[in-house]
Design a protein around this ligand. Sequence first.
Ligand code: 1OR
Length: 351
Amino acid sequence: MGCKPSKPESSCQNCTKQDGGCANNAIDTSKKRRPAVSAQEISNSDMSNWKKPVHEKSNESKELLRNIISSNQKLQVLFGHLDSAQIEDVIMAMFPRDVKQNEKVIKQGEPGDNFWIVESGTFDIFVNRNRTTVSDNDPLGDKVASCESGACFGELALMYNAPRAATVTSTQPGRVWGLDATSFKMMVVTTENSKKKKYESFLEKVPLLKELNQYERAALSDVIDVAKFKPGEVIMKQGDAGHFFYILESGDARAMISQDGNPEVEAKHYTSAGDYFGELALLSTSPRKASVYAGPHGCVLLSISKEKFDRVLGPIKHRLNVENYPDYAEIIRAEKAKPDLAQEPVSPVSG
Ligand code: 1OR
């Protein structure tokens, strides 16, 4: 049940090359992945004119949707805050669509129209990293996951008012249930989601994480922890092994460096929400280059452990391109030379 990630990103789906040697796989860094135009935000008039849609359906269909919603992990995250009456409203608002084999249910780059739950059939998900919009003649890109009964897809564009991040194609005839974009936004998107959105916008500003797509940022923001530090408290100590990457949410923090046994001197003062430090711990095993202390009023930090980062982003770590991150070039080169990064672990991200 659900979506299974596809393992070898290095093999091209559009030809027989298995080692990434196909031109279709080469990333053109001159093309911006994120488009300037995003899908429409929900307007005030949409909100005031909106009425819960009701699409009559059989008891079997209602029961099937209830079962999928209660057993799919992603749907639990998306719908977990809804009570049972609200879940029933969502179920009544869903409408069926029968799909033939090889139908594109979602095209990368298009605005989001519906969110989909899979009743039957199988669906492949492709991401073309060289294009924002994939037209009919463009390669679909790498197959990143496949879905079957019980899975869902198409939430990203609706949650973030962004173009579709992937193309979804049916590989056999099947049936999906749709929830239209306005209903999804009115019934499902909440403050809890917007908190996650805030985390994601922080992550977007970290150069090392810039190349991640929305899906990957969403997955990473799921593993963010929040930690409070008292005034003056040690957050990390120079020379220690680094296990966490931190983003400042509120308050302030100071990085201090001591050289050759001399007293510590201030190297950096983190004062703005979104300021970050300790990111090298995600890539390298070298010791902390500075100590960081919470400021006089303490601070609240978002943190991601190295272990969780590897768990979520291990499969794509090799994609971190030296050219894109001159500041980290040495570290990335050294890490890529390590044998364990030559292999790609299976992604734990599931739909
Ligand atoms: P959407 O609204 O952007 C395409 O429309 C959907 O494909 C997307 O929402 C997700 O529901 C689904 N990257 C992007 N979209 C994905 C991914 C994905 N997997 C499923 N979808 N990745 C695969 C991770 C295993 C990241 C690949 C780089």
